[in-house]
Design a protein around this ligand. Structure first.
Ligand code: SAM
Ligand code: SF4
Length: 322
């Protein structure tokens, strides 16, 4: 089992498989993707080595993320690989959703068990303004299909000042849509300091509003991550809140991240990443990657330093996948 010096155990890996993205979300890649060519990203054999090493050390859940992971043509093979790695019980994907209607059936057949789709607004014009794409209808159709297939589906919406009218339309939608909608506070990144200052809004006010309107806290599952969730008897869906600026947010951290170029990130907001790629190669004894992971995890910091305005080396979240 991977465990750090503070006794936190890591059974959840977030694996980024590409930095490339076709959207231009204003808080993430406002000028679109500007980076490396695709061949810089982890190959299938490197991904297999990584999955095998993490699983041997107790990882039970893998989330594939990016960039936009559905831009990789071999995504079904990667899902299959994760699902068939002994020890991995859940395979999740975080996506902007634009390929969902066409591909979600295939992804489920490959072994996908959980889906997170990012939708910041149910207003078509607002969605377009935020992402640079007029694709809300397709994304919603994809969510509907995922739900019909029985995939455990969550929707991520960034809580932003200036989008104060988000809640009523989402509430209407949740009445009949059995998904968990998670509002995430905007986090400060190196590239987006001004956006952060203008748009960050605490989730505490929303939490108070939900409690006042009969929403009740859900008991936390072991792999629930940092979201506080709420349910209401009149709604098919649930609401979650992710408030990284609240005290103790990092105490229950159960995740590690590997970037699309094979760097281990012990936290979303600290170092540049610790290189694992040489240990992912086929001619290297797989035990060596495991030994390196066990040693590196000891250095995980107790908490991020976002409260002090320090976002570490993280210039935007497309690099590590959020
Ligand atoms: N492209 C995929 C997507 O958008 O779902 C996966 C990668 S994206 C970086 C993962 C998540 O990070 C998205 O839900 C996105 O809203 C969130 N995100 C990006 N930048 C953020 C920021 N500055 N603060 C908080 N969340 C952010
Ligand atoms: Fe792309 Fe996701 Fe970043 Fe939006 S949040 S620009 S969809 S990586």
């Amino acid at each position: 089992m991977l465990q750090d010096a503070l006794g936190r155990r890591f059974y959840y890996l977030r694996l980024s498989i590409t930095d490339v993205c076709n959207f231009r979300c204003e808080y993430c890649l406002p000028d679109g993707y500007q980076g490396r060519p695709e061949d810089a990203f982890l190959s299938l054999p490197e991904i297999q080595q990584t999955l095998t090493a993490f699983a041997a050390l107790g990882t039970e859940k893998v989330r594939l993320t990016g960039g936009e992971p559905s831009l990789r043509r071999d995504l079904p093979q990667i899902i299959e690989m994760a699902a068939s790695t002994p020890g991995i019980r859940q395979v999740a994907l975080t996506t902007n959703g634009y390929k969902l209607p066409k591909n979600v059936d295939r992804w489920q057949q490959a072994g996908l068990t959980q889906l997170n789709v990012s939708i910041d607004s149910l207003d078509r014009q607002q969605f377009h303004d935020i992402t640079g794409h007029d694709r809300l209808d397709e994304v919603l159709a994809g969510v509907e299909r995922a739900v019909a297939l029985g995939i455990n589906t969550k929707v991520n919406a960034l809580l932003m000042r200036g989008l104060d009218d988000q809640l009523p339309s989402f509430l209407d939608w949740l009445k009949h849509t059995p998904v968990t909608l998670r509002f995430i506070e905007v986090m400060q990144t190196g590239d987006q300091q001004v956006f952060f200052r203008q748009h960050h809004r605490s989730g505490q006010g929303l939490k108070d509003e939900l409690l006042d309107h009969g929403w009740q806290p859900v008991l936390r599952a072991r792999d629930a991550g940092p979201a506080e969730e709420f349910w209401h008897p009149d709604y098919a869906g649930r609401i979650g809140l992710i408030m990284p600026y609240s005290p103790d947010f990092c105490d229950s951290c159960n995740r590690l991240r590997v970037s699309s170029t094979g760097r281990l990130h012990l936290c979303l907001f600290t170092e540049q990443g610790l290189d694992l790629r040489p240990w992912m190669q086929a001619d290297v004894d797989p035990q060596q990657l495991q030994q390196r992971l066990v040693a590196l995890v000891q250095h995980k910091a107790p908490s991020h330093l976002l409260h002090q305005g320090d976002s570490g080396a993280t210039s935007n979240l497309s690099i590590i996948g959020g």
